[in-house]
Design a protein around this ligand. Sequence first.
Ligand SMILES: Cc1cc2nc3c(=O)[nH]c(=O)nc-3n(C[C@H](O)[C@H](O)[C@H](O)COP(=O)(O)OP(=O)(O)OC[C@H]3O[C@@H](n4cnc5c(N)ncnc54)[C@H](O)[C@@H]3O)c2cc1C
Length: 388
Amino acid sequence: MAKRVIVCGAGLAGLNAARNLLSFGFEVILLEKSDRPGGRIATELVDGFKLDRGFQVVNPSYSELRRTGVAKKLDLIEIPKGVDIRIASQTFRVGDFRSNLGYLRDDLSSSTGKLSEKLKFLAYLLRRPEELSFGEAAASFEGFFERTLKPFLDGVFLTDSRQISNRVARELIGWFIKGNPVLINGGIGKLAETLSEGLAIEYGAEVISVSEKEVVTKIGKFDADAIVVATDPVGAATLLGQPVPEMNSCTTWYFKIKPDEIRSNHLRVGGIGPVANSLVLSNLLDDCAPEGAGLLQATTLEDCAEGEVRDHLSYLWDRDAADWELIARNEIAGALPRHGAGQGLVASAKLGNGVFVAGDWRNIPAQQGALLSGRLAARAVNALLSER
Ligand SMILES: Cc1cc2nc3c(=O)[nH]c(=O)nc-3n(C[C@H](O)[C@H](O)[C@H](O)COP(=O)(O)OP(=O)(O)OC[C@H]3O[C@@H](n4cnc5c(N)ncnc54)[C@H](O)[C@@H]3O)c2cc1C
């Protein structure tokens, strides 16, 4: 009879752990407290708009995503590999000139940073990353960092990117260089739905405690030969008696705009105000807005008033945002684990007594980290159960 493994939590880490455990031949039960797969990957329908629960992009080059093979089942829409930065009421379009030579002019402009600093940044990318904060590592290209990199990366890390681990920054910048981020027609929730195909998931099964070979949930007890805890970072650390990670939070604001009001399909950053980034999603996605409407997202990182968001958006998009209809405001308290300098990149999945752990807090704070941690936990379970 196949040995049984219970996976707690059907986010990307739990889903990938379950998929890998099934491929090793185990009986797998996935326990999920909510009524859907995906955790922080979710899409909701609001007044005919398809809104992701927090703006996020997918990088099809993530090695772990490629391993799953699900990308080919999704309708992926490439986002331009460049960003519009607003500096002193002007817009500079910078980006990967290998994808678009049109970026070269502003890549080389002194307004986006000194050329000498840009060359130092390239040299930094070629060095082995030191164990520092990203802010410390960026000291030799400070001006370029402040003007161009930070406005973009704060929205990636959902915090002041100076504070995060230089190793994490390097790894994520590396994925941006390798790949071309995409959005998904139908919403990011499609990624989770596709990853969950063929898995047996018990919904409404909130895990209350985990011990050797037993999981207690609100709907009953489950026995297993091994257990993988892949609930959210704070929840998992609490269940397992581990140090609780600090989390970054964010809010995504969704506004209805006129379909042709803004033509840009580039992410827009910069200026002074609460908005970390903004994008007109309906200029890229076919089906995120109902007929006759456009959809714009703005992500903020700190508490702020709606008026401040509108003022900053007016500056960013160079038009009056006062009358845009607010469709939704998604506050996400535990959006990303804060990965500081000195914290290793991959924490062990094995905790002892047949209990394993997965989640983006055990790896890099991104879809890649969540998926990888799930696969590593499955591999560690397989190593334990095959030696018995
Ligand atoms: C706003 C936002 C923007 C992001 N942007 C990007 C991006 O652009 N690119 C990128 O790569 N990554 C991005 N990320 C990060 C990425 O979404 C996460 O790293 C990843 O989804 C985490 O997956 P996880 O499985 O580790 O955790 P989670 O998604 O938190 O999954 C945990 C699961 O466990 C369940 N659960 C919790 N407690 C219990 C319990 N007691 N019992 C049973 N089940 C339980 C939860 O309901 C959930 O389904 C972003 C995240 C957010 C929130």
